[in-house]
Design a protein around this ligand. Sequence first.
Ligand SMILES: NC(=O)c1ccc[n+]([C@@H]2O[C@H](COP(=O)([O-])OP(=O)(O)OC[C@H]3O[C@@H](n4cnc5c(N)ncnc54)[C@H](OP(=O)(O)O)[C@@H]3O)[C@@H](O)[C@H]2O)c1
Length: 254
Amino acid sequence: MKKTALITGATSGLGYEFVQLLAKEQYNLIVVARNEEKLLSIKSEFPLLNVTTIPMDLSKPGSVRKLVEEIQEKELQVDVLINNAGFGLLGKFDELNVEKQLEMIQLNISALTELTHAFLPQMKKQKFGQIMNVASTAAFQPGPMMAVYYATKAYVLSFSEALVEELAGTGVTVTTLCPGATKTNFGSVANVEKTKMFSKAMDATTVAALGYNGMKNGKRVVITGGSNKIGATAAKFLPRSTAAKIAKYVAGDK
Ligand SMILES: NC(=O)c1ccc[n+]([C@@H]2O[C@H](COP(=O)([O-])OP(=O)(O)OC[C@H]3O[C@@H](n4cnc5c(N)ncnc54)[C@H](OP(=O)(O)O)[C@@H]3O)[C@@H](O)[C@H]2O)c1
């Protein structure tokens, strides 16, 4: 029987690339994002697949419950869950809009957590499931000028690695994808395109393929690109204050 994959943030960037990879392997798809027109355009790309479009703003409390209810009503089963939707914001914590930052926490942390909680029991029951949680190299150190964003990604990494241990032997795997700067809409949404951190951005197709292969092979953590791997390793050994100062430096203009 064909397997079904749910991808959040499917309309652009990494999410759109995951859709392409899963479609190539004939998965049925449940695609979620806010822009309904773009979701319908994805559906029309794959007339031979069963593509379910669910427009939803996952930064709104209660949205995941509605999404899960809709999936249950349609009697769909989720075998692969890609928690990808997320955004960042550049600026000093106290100067950025507090509501926007709380929406970021809701999307990057709460929606990801609630979706994982909703679909894990079925995955465990069927002794198969693949979950990919998209974090970032931001997960490895504090990030002045993007304080909330970096903290949300540290949560995603910590949460996901803990689940790997809880799920050992169940047939369900959890992979955390940690990309560095990648050419998607993220840069313009977060207003980081002109910063040093974006001087060497990878392309989304490469980053998504690395994550996807990692998920298929049940890898625990995938850090994309050689320099991002070096940066993530260095952050583990540096004093946190030094790592934070470097993060502040790269958040400055090119
Ligand atoms: N690009 C990078 O440099 C980079 C680096 C590290 C990690 N990441 C992470 O990679 C993930 C994917 O981002 P991306 O780079 O592909 O950025 P992107 O091109 O901006 O894509 C973000 C996706 O999330 C959806 N989305 C945004 N807000 C949403 C909401 N409130 N509810 C539902 N869907 C929402 C967007 O669609 P709609 O606008 O239609 O809702 C879009 O499909 C994020 O978690 C990001 O933090 C990106």
